[in-house]
Ligand binder design. Structure first.
Ligand code: HEM
Ligand code: CU
Length: 545
């Protein structure tokens, strides 16, 4: 079924090189094989995700009752909890997430290539990621206490508090370079390593989403790098940039911070949308509706996404004219996003959908990301945002997009590609139960946050009035159900590594190239040269069910 043939003229490379997989820890830590680098990112990220989830659960536990709940938590510690929770989740998990794990493992496979363009640079990017991660963890134990500024490190407070905020800023700076170099590697790989016959409009949508994402990684990430350098220069060289006491402007910091951090949300979500498109075509067993439109909508989201950062600053005193412009541009983003959702639903229309675990996550993504997107509209409108800014409504909104969307797509992708990555099948029944616990827990945890926000509950508060207690309690119970689902999923994945059934090459009858090689793939990915003759989701008519 795969849309590729053999080109006899290029067999020499396979005869030369050995395809035996090296073993031992060193062969992993020094491996330039994109598949191993992807798995090393996955291992590190699951560890950091576990830390950040634990912090989230602790925050929820403290918020179970009005008044102090946990004896070891006070205001200062509570502020550190949400700061570290946000920093680790954003910079160590969701920003690198899908591109570094699944992009690394599957981009060359989807292109019919042996590896990325710069394998050694790829390994270097991984070690930059690990260096940044260690710096972030070091910031927890700094004198004066761990960072407590919120994940946005707003000045001037991030000057007044201890040195930990600077260390965390340095961590973000180093992590930024890992992201830039990964983006550079992916842009070059997509331009230079596509198999014969694979024009841009024969690339899978996951690959398209990585292409749009890579351009943001390369062009937007330097802004946060420069901003953090300016913070250091001001702190240690006393040059006035952001600090009013030195003639600087704190609002300028917010402009620069969000000039990166808003496009960064598309670094997070575009690959998630890409994996959702691939999974949808596979489990609907049909060509995706509006392939070209979906591919180009990723590019247009990437472009428009640069122009909306001011919607985070409607209450900072920016001019009404600029606020109106940022508001209007933010509504524009809804157009290509809405188009994707329309095409996904159209693909499912009258399809015989195979409801395997990855497809359940795909459906949850579409449902929860839509709620996240729709609740973004009142935040983009000036009149309502003035009321809702910095309340629990914002928390609900971005957890629906970041967790309900991106992280659910990440887990769906992990279930989808697990057989290809590890050569084993996971347990389907445990997969479904784990999903249901996560889905119910997630909505119980975050939906009450919208109501809390509409009632005026501010975010980043250690305590609250008794009238908010019932909704907070509901939200906390939800976090426990969610945690149970996450634990069952972790157990399923870890146990199946050794005990899972052997995986066939193409368990889901997928049509993209990664399913056209063994599970797991050989060292050089394919034992034949690939020539592409059809679109990624094209089924010969009679094969469509
Ligand atoms: C079990 C999972 C999680 C729980 C229980 C949780 C809970 C929370 C709560 C209660 C807050 C608000 C703290 C406050 O304002 O007082 C918060 C903030 C935040 N969460 Fe989560 N969350 C979880 C997962 C995630 C995920 C997956 C992401 C990212 C993808 C995320 C990103 C953030 C960010 C960026 C903040 C803002 C931190 C700040 O104010 O600086 N969270 N979370
Ligand atoms: Cu934004």
């Amino acid at each position: 079924m795969a849309y590729a043939g053999v080109a006899p003229e290029r067999t020499t490379f396979y005869e030369q090189g050995t395809t035996d997989k090296p073993t031992g820890l060193k062969s992993w830590l020094l491996s330039t094989d994109h598949k191993r680098i992807g798995i090393m990112y996955l291992t590190a990220m699951m560890f950091f995700f576990a830390i950040a989830v634990s912090l989230g659960l602790l925050i929820r536990l403290e918020l179970l009752t009005s008044g102090p709940t946990l004896p070891f938590v006070n205001q200062r510690i509570y502020n550190s909890f949400f700061t570290l929770h946000g920093v680790i989740m954003i910079f160590l998990f969701v920003v690198p997430g899908l591109p570094s794990v699944f992009g690394n493992f599957f981009l060359p496979l989807q292109l019919g290539a042996e590896d990325v363009s710069f394998p050694r640079l790829n390994l270097f990017s991984f070690y930059l990621y690990m260096t940044g991660a260690v710096l972030a963890l070091v910031s927890i134990v700094m004198p004066g206490g761990s960072p407590d500024t919120g994940w946005t490190f707003y000045v001037p407070y991030s000057y007044e508090t201890g040195p930990a905020a600077i260390m965390a800023g340095l961590a973000a700076f180093v992590l930024g370079f890992s992201s830039i170099l990964t983006g550079l590697n992916f842009v070059t790989t997509i331009h230079r390593m596509r198999a014969k016959g694979m024009g841009f409009f024969k690339m899978p949508l996951f690959t398209w989403s990585l292409y749009a994402t890579a351009w943001i990684q390369v062009l937007a990430t330097p802004v946060i790098g420069i901003t953090l350098m300016l913070v250091l220069a001001e702190r240690f060289l006393q040059v006035g940039v952001f600090n009013p006491a030195l003639g600087g402007d704190p609002v300028l910091y917010q402009h620069l911070f969000w000039m990166y951090s808003h496009p960064a949300v598309y670094v997070m979500v575009l690959p998630a949308m890409g994996v959702v498109s691939d999974m949808l075509a596979t489990f609907c067993h049909r060509t995706i509706f509006g392939y070209k439109a979906i591919a180009l909508s990723s590019m247009s989201i990437a472009v428009v996404g640069y122009l909306v950062w001011g919607h985070h600053m409607f209450t900072t005193g920016i001019s009404p004219t600029s606020a109106k412009i940022f508001s209007l541009l933010t509504f524009f983003v809804a157009v290509p996003t809405g188009m994707k959702i329309f095409n996904w639903v159209a693909t499912m229309y009258k399809a015989s959908i195979e409801l395997k675990t990855p497809m359940l996550y795909t459906l949850a993504f579409i449902f929860q990301f839509s709620i996240g997107g729709l609740t973004g509209l009142p935040l983009a409108a000036l009149s309502t945002d003035i009321q809702l800014h910095d309340t629990y409504f914002v928390l609900g909104h971005f957890h629906y997009v970041a967790f309900g969307g991106i992280v659910f797509a990440f887990f769906g992708g992990l279930y989808y590609w697990y057989p290809k990555m590890f050569g084993r099948m996971y347990d389907e029944r445990q997969g479904v139960i784990g999903f249901l616990l996560q889905f119910i827990g997630f909505n119980l945890l975050y939906f009450p946050m919208f109501m809390l926000g509409l009632k005026g509950m501010p975010r980043r508060y250690y305590d609250y009035l008794p009238e908010y207690e019932s909704l907070h309690a509901l939200s906390t119970y939800g976090s426990w159900i969610l945690a149970a689902g996450l634990l069952l999923m972790a157990w399923n994945f870890l146990r199946s590594l050794g005990k899972g059934e052997e995986a066939p090459d193409n368990p889901w009858e997928g049509t993209t190239l990664e399913w056209d090689t063994t599970s797991p793939p050989p060292l050089l990915n394919f034992d034949k040269e690939i020539v592409v003759t059809r679109g990624p989701y094209d089924y010969p008519e009679e094969e469509t069910r």
